[in-house]
Design a protein around this ligand. Structure first.
Ligand SMILES: Nc1nc2c(ncn2[C@@H]2O[C@H](COP(=O)(O)OP(=O)(O)OP(=O)(O)O)[C@@H](O)[C@H]2O)c(=O)[nH]1
Ligand SMILES: [Mg+2]
Length: 303
C-alpha cells in the first residue's frame, strides 16, 4: 500500500464521520452561502478539531474564497486543503538527531502507546542503518521492560534494563554509559505513564531530563509527547500539563485508526503550537508514519 493510501486508511473512521456530508457539501457549493460554512464548521467540531480551531479554519476559507473569487466546489475543496495544511504546519516536523549519540525521550500518560511507538521508531531507524539503544525507563511495572525487550528484538536494537522498582534515572544513566561505550547513534528512553500520582510522574521526568542533560550536554534531544487520538480533547489537557514540566519538542499522535475523532490533530497543532511529528495508524511495526500536513489534509478531504 502506498504512503498516501495508508494515511487514508488510517483516517477511514474520521473520514466516514465527517466527509460524507463534506463531499456533498463541496459539490453543492454555489458561492456566498452561510449554511455551507456552518455545516463545514460543524463537521470539523464533530471530528474533535475544537471550536476555536474550527471557527478559525472556516473563517480562513471564507477569506480565501472571497479573495480568489472561487466558485466551483472542487476549487473550494482545494482551498480548504490549503487552509487545513496551514493550520497543521507548525514547527519542525523532522526529528532533529544530528549528534552521536542523540536522545529521544518518550513521555505520556499510561496506555497512550509510548512503548509501541518506541518499537516502531527503533525498527525504522535500525532499517536505516542506525545503531539504536533502548532504555527501559519504565521501572514501575515488570511487564514494561519485558514489552520493550520484545520490541528491541523485533527491531534489532540493544536494550538496557534494570529490575522492577529500581530508580528510572539510574537506568537512564547506565543506558547513556552503554551507548557511549558501544558508539550507539540513537538512545530512545521509555518512561512510565503511571506512577503513584501525577506529581510523582512529573518529578521523575524532571530527574530523567536532568541526567540526560548532565551526561550529554551537547547531544541533540527530542522529547516526544505521545497522545492517544481516541481520547480526543482529553489529550489536549494532558499535553498542557506535560508542556509545563518538560520541553516537549513534538507530538506523536497514536491510534488514529481507532477513532472517528482524528480532527484532534488540528486542535493539537493550533492550540499547543507543537509540531505533530508522527502518527500511529495501527499496532504493527510499520504502522507509524511521519506526519505530513499536506498529505494529511488531502487524505481527509479526498473521497
Ligand atoms: N490501533 C492502534 N493501537 C495502538 C497504536 N499505538 C499503540 N497501540 C496499542 O495501544 C496499547 C498500549 O500501547 P503501549 O505502547 O503499551 O502504551 P504505553 O504508553 O507504553 O503504556 P504504559 O506503559 O502503560 O504507560 C497497545 O495495545 C498497543 O498495541 C496505534 O497507532 N493504533
Ligand atoms: Mg509502556
Amino acid at each position: 500500500m502506498g504512503f498516501f493510501e495508508k494515511i487514508k486508511q488510517g483516517l477511514a473512521k474520521t473520514k466516514k464521520n465527517m466527509s460524507i456530508q463534506m463531499n456533498n457539501m463541496f459539490a453543492g457549493f454555489t458561492g456566498e452561502n452561510e449554511e455551507f460554512y456552518d455545516e463545514l464548521e460543524e463537521a470539523l467540531i464533530i471530528a474533535d478539531a475544537g471550536v476555536d480551531t474550527s471557527v478559525k479554519a472556516v473563517e480562513n476559507l471564507k477569506r480565501l474564497v472571497k479573495e480568489r473569487g472561487l466558485r466551483g466546489g472542487e476549487s473550494v475543496r482545494l482551498a480548504f486543503t490549503e487552509v487545513l495544511t496551514d493550520i497543521l504546519d507548525v514547527g519542525d516536523k523532522q526529528l532533529s538527531l544530528g549528534t552521536k549519540p542523540s536522545v529521544i525521550l518518550m513521555v505520556g500518560v499510561n496506555g497512550v502507546g509510548k512503548t509501541t511507538t518506541i518499537g516502531k521508531l527503533a525498527a525504522k531507524m535500525t532499517a536505516e542503518g542506525k545503531k539504536v539503544l533502548l532504555v527501559a525507563g519504565d521501572t514501575f511495572r515488570a511487564a514494561a521492560a519485558e514489552q520493550l525487550t520484545v520490541w528491541s528484538e523485533r527491531a534489532g536494537a540493544a536494550i538496557v534494563r534494570h529490575e522492577e522498582g529500581s530508580d528510572p534515572a539510574s537506568v537512564v544513566f547506565d543506558g547513556i554509559s552503554a551507548a557511549k561505550a558501544r558508539a550507539s547513534d540513537i538512545i530512545i528512553v521509555d518512561t512510565a505513564g503511571r506512577l503513584h500520582n501525577k506529581q510523582n510522574l512529573m518529578n521523575e521526568l524532571n530527574k530523567i531530563t536532568r541526567i540526560i542533560n548532565r551526561e550529554l550536554p551537547d547531544a541533540d534531544k527530542e522529547i516526544l509527547l505521545v497522545l492517544d487520538a481516541t481520547t480526543g480533547q482529553n489529550g489536549l489537557i494532558q499535553a498542557k500539563q506535560f508542556k509545563e514540566t518538560a520541553d516537549i519538542t513534538g507530538i506523536v499522535l497514536t491510534k488514529l485508526d481507532g477513532t472517528a475523532k482524528g480532527g484532534i490533530v488540528f486542535a493539537i497543532a493550533d492550540e499547543l503550537q507543537l509540531p505533530v511529528k508522527y502518527i500511529g495508524v495501527g499496532e504493527s511495526v510499520d504502522d507509524l508514519m511521519p506526519f505530513e500536513p499536506e498529505s494529511f489534509a488531502e487524505a481527509l478531504l479526498q473521497q
